[in-house]
Design a protein around this ligand. Sequence first.
Ligand code: FAD
Ligand code: PYC
Length: 416
Amino acid sequence: MNRYSAFGLLRNALSYNRNWRAAWRSAEPKKSYDAIIVGGGGHGLATAYYLARDHGIRNVAVLEKGWIGGGNTGRNTTIVRSNYLWTESSLLYEKSMKLWEGLSQDQNYNVMISQRGVYNLGHSLQDMRDIERRVNANRLNGIDAEVVSTADLGKAIPYLNTSPDARYPILGASLQRRAGVARHDAVAWGFARAADALGVDIIEQCEVTGIDVRGGKAVGVQTSRGPIASDRIGVVVAGHASVLAKMADLRLPIESHPLQAFVSEPIKPVLDTVVMSGAVHGYISQSDKGELVIGAGIDAYNGYGQRGSFHIIEHTMQAIIELFPVFSRVRMLRLWGGIVDVCPDACPIVSKTPVEGLYFNCGWGTGGFKSTPGSGWVFAHTMAHDEPHALNAPFSLDRFATGALIDEHGAAAVAH
Ligand code: FAD
Ligand code: PYC
């Protein structure tokens, strides 16, 4: 019986889906592994997948303290794009964009990539100069990008307030047409399924409580389910990178902040693209279910609570109504927060550390969902070869000592 036929669907529904094959095994921890990934978000799962697929390292465990995708992977607003300013970041995010474009086919699992375009609005002469500079830089790096006039914005996005009488009039925008959104849960599930099929153990409800270091080398981890040995440990725990670093006596140049998002009640299709404004602090898209998906900048204080403060909610709503006055009549359905790890230059750390065999992938701040496949791909390379790939070499920890920072605050588009 074909499980996917109409009759199969009915049979499964009536049997409460008891006959469905699990998409990945619920593995028990072994005593030791060739590699351990701490953190079962998209980046950790992608790392495990590419370690197994591209580097033949299959005796791998992904240790997740909660459920996979329950961190920022399942809490983000799903925007994917590669229109960063500097060559180093452009190449890394574009690698990710290319992987996104083939991911559903690669894994035979629909991650629902929707290349509906992303607009970044400009509201001042300086915003427009920055936009033109970034668009030119993107094109020089072979990334699609264009400058759009206010009149064209009005035609493309009918409900956007392009009036010169707006409080912060829109003077134009950058547009990356290949950018868009993808389904966040599906990305975690797709990588988990594909990694599991290659032999990776995915172990949920397993919190890492200590990192064992002997003679300057990583030798294993302590967990809520007992000790596990490995001389190759990758830590990918967005929001908690500093906590894990401390377990190995390391200090990272990272601050952790709450970042919130909101969805409205579902409404009919009104917005078929993504609109972001770093100046008024708001961005918006419409999900396939019809909800308006809305977010803004980080809450300015440090914290580990997965919730934010009320004044950011108010500020974000003001920004969205400034851009789309018509949405003032839509009711909000729910809101949530994640914890983002922010580096001083708004760029990630994908790096070896002073402890041999211990690697960190963190600091993606407000913008790591778009990099999920690319991040996993370069981190797997780094862990397999004990050397960064050319794409992530500029994002090594030593840039904070050499001063070779890559300032992407502008292209991050979300204030932090
Ligand atoms: P996570 O998904 O957070 O995974 C880390 C995992 O580590 C978690 O599951 C956690 O439980 C686990 N963990 C932590 N400590 C331990 C431990 N001690 N032991 C075991 N496991 C542990 N980015 C974009 O590109 N586009 C967007 O539109 C976007 N919107 C966002 C909106 C919001 C509200 C937020 C919060 C973030 C947004 N981001 C966005 C950023 C993006 O979500 C993150 O950069 C990205 O998802 C990080 O993925 P990850 O796999 O590294 O982290
Ligand atoms: O990096 O594009 C982004 C983003 C959008 C919302 C949060 N981060």
